[in-house]
Design a protein around this ligand. Structure first.
Ligand code: ADP
Length: 449
């Protein structure tokens, strides 16, 4: 029984036994060494017992406090280890599932007898799976950036109402297969909805919350929006989905935490979205919380400060079908890209009448082309290239032609990469995988100037 006791109990008992033994036998022991006529009085014995008991108590509390801290650290480390293992197991599944569709349906596309409708269906599946894959990779990079303390705020003027409308349009396409109603509300007029904030982070938070609401809801509704309360904007995403048990309301904001962690889980996901959202909300100066009833639904809330903006640099939302290369007269674009497949893709995406595309295989070739050919109107610049990288090539080209628009197109996607590219003087930045519409909007805008 004694062996099962915790370490602090064992030490305290040992201390009491040694102390008591000393009080009881000290007279005889000392007498044998230094003969003395004095024996302990009853009062001295009581004082001795009191002293031993008091110091034993102090020792116990000190030890217990210290050991509990160590135990809790050990428990956390073990739990974190288990969570990481579960995360890796889960993430491997989350990556392999869309990869399976991409590889499988790409192979099916090779079938020459495929009718148009099926071909379109397969292409749609491949696009959706690629988007899913990309969002997992983005989450992993985002959480790593946050944990390394490298996430930075980049505030711009943003029109909230436009952002909400954009989100609504984007998610409406996904709602078509579901049986719930989807809507949004805003409480400010368009002019007042112009605010100063980090729109990329705000968009990431809302995208994650709405994405979750859709994932966990089968019927009823999903509504999102915001209200203004004094100098604060309070956003909400309400759903009538599966709900979250009350014991998990704080837990799910921790990385890798999911209500279901077992292999028979019904819903996919990396368990990173809410941890990223919480970190972003706090960076923006707000807080995030939720109310939920299991089986009935959840409402996620978060706040950000209301900083009124005065200008807008939000591009107008263009209708999907309107987005085409807007080439007036003969135009020449240089694509600096060392990877053949990436070049083929860009060449294909941009093809338009009156447009000449020249390829540079590295940064130095891009500089040489811009030096020898004054007809060049725009450069699409990759960053990681042999001989001369895109940063240096951009600087050299701008020394020769300071007004030539250069769009950096790169698989490096962090804020630091973006900042570095703009510091070299590029006019715009787009990260791979390249979204065709976004790229064309950027090119059209720069060619118009
Ligand atoms: P993921 O959704 O990728 O698993 P998140 O961090 O976004 O990761 O969410 C963590 C967990 O919180 C989810 O796995 C789910 O268990 C729970 N959760 C989040 N949003 C909702 C919601 N709207 N309804 C029910 N459960 C939710």
């Amino acid at each position: 029984m004694l062996f099962k006791l915790k370490f602090e109990y064992k030490i305290t008992f040992a201390y009491l036994i040694i102390g008591g033994t000393w009080i009881i036998f000290s007279d005889e022991l000392l007498d044998g060494i230094i003969p003395s006529k004095h024996t302990l009085t009853t009062l001295q014995t009581y004082k001795g017992w009191f002293y031993v008991a008091f110091t034993a108590m102090l020792l116990f509390f000190f030890l217990r406090k210290h050991l509990n801290k160590l135990r809790s650290a050990q428990r956390n480390a073990e739990e974190s280890d288990q969570l990481k293992t579960a995360f890796l197991h889960n993430i491997s599944h989350e990556i392999r599932t869309p990869m399976n569709s991409i590889v499988g349906f790409s192979e099916l596309l090779n079938n020459p007898d495929l009718d148009f409708e099926r071909r379109q269906n397969y292409t749609e599946i491949i696009t959706q799976s690629s988007d899913g894959l990309l969002s997992i990779i983005t989450d992993i990079v985002d959480i790593a950036t946050i944990e390394a303390g490298q996430a930075r705020l980049n505030e711009t003027e943003t029109n909230l109402n436009k952002m909400l409308r954009q989100l609504y349009e984007q998610f409406s396409l996904k709602v078509q297969q579901k049986q719930f109603s989807f809507s949004y509300k805003h409480s400010l007029a368009d002019d007042d909805a112009l605010i100063r904030t980090d729109s990329v982070k705000l968009l990431a938070i809302l995208t994650n919350l709405i994405g979750n609401a859709m994932k966990f809801t089968q019927k009823g509704h999903v509504i999102f929006g915001y209200t203004k309360k004094e100098n604060t904007l309070e956003f909400y995403v309400e759903d009538t989905g599966i709900g979250i048990p009350s014991g998990m309301h704080d837990e799910i904001f921790k990385r890798f935490r999911q209500v279901e962690l077992t292999d028979d889980r019904q819903f996919g996901g990396s368990g990173l979205g809410l941890a990223i959202s919480k970190a972003y909300v706090e960076m923006l100066g707000g807080k995030i919380w939720l109310t939920s009833i299991l089986g009935k639904g959840s409402v996620f809330y978060f706040t950000i400060p209301y900083n009124k903006g005065f200008l807008t640099d939000m591009p107008e939302i263009q209708n999907q079908s309107e987005i085409k290369m807007d080439i007036k007269g003969s135009t020449t674009i240089v694509i600096a890209e060392d990877e053949d497949l990436n070049f083929m893709l860009l060449d294909e995406l941009l093809s338009a009448p009156n447009l000449t595309i020249l390829r540079a295989l590295n940064g130095l070739e891009a500089v040489e082309l811009c030096k020898s050919n004054r007809q060049i109107d725009l450069v699409l610049m990759d960053i990681k290239m042999p001989i001369m990288n895109g940063y240096e090539a951009t600087e050299r080209i701008l020394e020769l032609r300071p007004t030539l628009p250069i769009i950096v197109q790169t698989a490096y996607s962090s804020e630091a990469d973006r900042t570095k590219a703009f510091a070299c003087g590029c006019s715009d930045f787009i990260s791979k995988p390249i979204n065709k519409d976004q790229l064309i909007v950027k090119i059209n805008k720069l060619l118009k100037n």
